[in-house]
Write a protein that binds this ligand. Structure first.
Ligand code: AMP
Length: 528
């Protein structure tokens, strides 16, 4: 049961701190002992809002101590915590709240105006709780509004966590829905605990009571990669950045709280390393940085390791896999190589952890070899892989494999490397070109900040790659092509390169290639 995690931390790590940058402004400090008590109070007062076993409770919140209390109070009581991604479009947000059947929504102050705009569409929502104290309660047109701290004050810390079925649902999260409506993934107490145990292990995130973790990956994105559970399970100090995700604010917390480990998507680390360079700052306490959600550019690995002496842990996963699937650590055979030779392995997404199995298959579903060359559809199965989407039929094949939608290779040491999304590969003259490989090659150039590659129809080759890039200097197309020709085969080079001021991103910070494909649907190559 998820309640057993907070019970454990409360008893055995009572003085370890949870530090939060609040929406109201100041830094808030509490301990796992406080957190345990407040989570019980919250759980006991949910019944006054009519919440019963299995009911869904939504959250619209940044990373903070109240959000963490909800993780334990809601799931621990037997209800289901639905963490809503506030970056979804308004229509999609109304859709997921309705589809999940959320009866109560807990919201940070930031999202009150957003909910006011959506209120008329939220027919099933009976109460809204604003996550603040009486003093900061806003004027609002929302109906049935409660103040979080008052709700908690009315609760009882003598509350006993109920015994629940380990297979009962505990939380849910919707995929970002780049095609069609977002889809719901439901986690159970059992899958959550096993995932947290497995992700703590040395071959995975290697968590221990020595760590002070800055959790930048949002709590509304796959339970902050499960670290909302794994951190108290290991007695780690937890630092939660609230709404401030810019380089300066992140660096301030890393310094003040002496963080040893932090987790986020590459975009966040681009902002941080940009800030470090501009302001001539370093990272003296940081030992490890976990990067996932999209491929980590080689330049980022080098910068963390060589400029700041921070080890990069590249990880892969998805909402459907709780999310951890693979983690990159260097086996002795690779460690023995020199730094340059190690890089070929470091850029891979890593090795699977016990509890998850992977395979790659071709279009006819034939299993492909682990030779580092053959690439095919990546499939997975395991204890924390979803069996299907909420309200839909099973998403697994007859043998229990889940198709990830990624295309990958696996080498003879078991390192998996994503070469693309199935939808994004460029099919050029019968060969496949990896959009990710081209993007990585382009951002290796010091004057390229971000790059996206999409397929454009071509009369001779079916499809050819178009590179769309954001630059921070004067690099021109021909110079970039010469630079990239050292990194990829000539026939894979982009057919054309366009420079733009910015690229579109989706609700989880990833490049929105669907939007790019729409924007450039009329584009034609100059010589085609
Ligand atoms: P989400 O469910 O939003 O977390 O998205 C999951 C997808 O993100 C995966 O199926 C991959 O396509 C992509 N992804 C996650 N981690 C990585 C990574 N380390 N490298 C490349 N792609 C990744």
């Amino acid at each position: 049961m998820i309640s057993s995690i907070i019970e454990f931390a409360e008893r055995w790590y009572p003085n370890v701190e949870v530090v939060s940058r609040t929406t109201e402004g100041p830094i808030h400090r509490c301990t796992y002992k406080d957190m345990g008590q407040r989570a019980r109070k919250l759980a006991s007062s949910l019944s006054t809002l009519g919440i019963k076993n299995g009911d869904r409770v939504g959250t619209l919140a940044w990373n903070g101590y109240r959000h963490l209390e909800l993780y334990y109070g809601v799931s621990g009581s037997g209800a289901v915590l639905h963490t809503i991604n506030p970056r979804l479009f308004a229509e999609q947000m109304a859709y997921v709240i309705d589809h999940a059947g959320d009866e109560v929504i807990f919201t940070d102050l930031t999202f009150v105006p957003l909910l006011e705009g959506l209120q008329a569409k939220l027919k099933k929502v009976k109460h809204i709780v604003i996550m603040t104290d009486r003093e900061h309660m806003p004027d609002t047109t929302l109906n049935n509004v409660h103040c979080y701290e008052e709700l908690l004050d009315a609760g009882s810390s003598d509350y006993q966590w109920p015994e629940l079925d380990e297979n009962a649902p505990s939380s849910m999260c919707y995929t970002s829905g780049t095609t069609g409506n977002p889809k719901g993934v439901v986690y159970s107490h059992r899958s959550t605990i096993i995932h947290a145990l497995a992700s703590s292990a040395p071959n995975a995130l290697g968590l221990s009571g020595l760590d002070s973790i800055l959790l930048v990956v949002p709590q509304f994105h796959v339970n902050a990669w499960g670290v909302s559970y794994a951190a108290p399970m290991n007695g780690c100090k937890l630092v939660l950045p609230g709404p401030a995700m810019d380089g300066k604010s992140i660096h301030e917390l890393l310094e003040q709280e002496q963080c040893t480990l932090s987790l986020a998507v590459p975009t966040i680390w681009m902002m941080l390393t940009g800030y470090l360079r501009e302001s001539d700052k370093t990272l003296p306490h940081m030992k490890r940085v976990v990067i996932g959600g999209s491929a980590v550019p080689e330049a980022m690995i080098r910068s963390f390791e060589q400029d700041y002496d921070v080890q990069v842990i590249h990880a892969w996963g998805m909402t459907e896999t709780s999310p951890l699937g693979t983690v990159n650590f260097l086996m002795p055979r690779v460690q023995a190589l020199d730094y340059e030779a190690q890089m070929a392995t470091k850029i891979k997404q890593g090795k699977t952890i016990f509890g998850i199995d992977l395979r790659i298959v071709d279009d006819q579903n034939h299993v492909l070899p682990h030779d580092g060359k053959a690439f095919g559809k990546l499939q997975t199965r395991g204890h924390w892989v979803t069996s299907g989407y909420y309200g839909e039929d099973s998403a697994l094949d007859a043998d229990g494999w889940f198709d990830t939608g990624d295309v990958a290779t696996i080498d003879s040491d078991g390192y998996m490397m994503i070469t693309d999304r199935t939808k994004d590969v460029i099919k050029s003259g019968g060969e496949w070109i990896s959009s990710i490989e081209l993007e990585n090659a382009a951002v290796g150039h010091p004057e390229i900040t971000e790059a996206a590659v999409i397929a454009i129809a071509h009369p001779k080759w079916d499809e050819r790659p178009l590179l769309i890039a954001v630059r921070n200097g004067n690099v021109e197309k021909d110079e970039l092509l010469i630079y990239m020709s050292d990194l990829v085969a000539k026939w894979q080079l982009p057919e054309d390169i366009l420079f733009v001021d910015e690229l579109p991103h989706g609700a989880t910070g990833k490049l929105n290639k669907l939007k790019l494909r729409e924007d450039y649907s009329e584009y034609q190559f100059p010589d085609a």
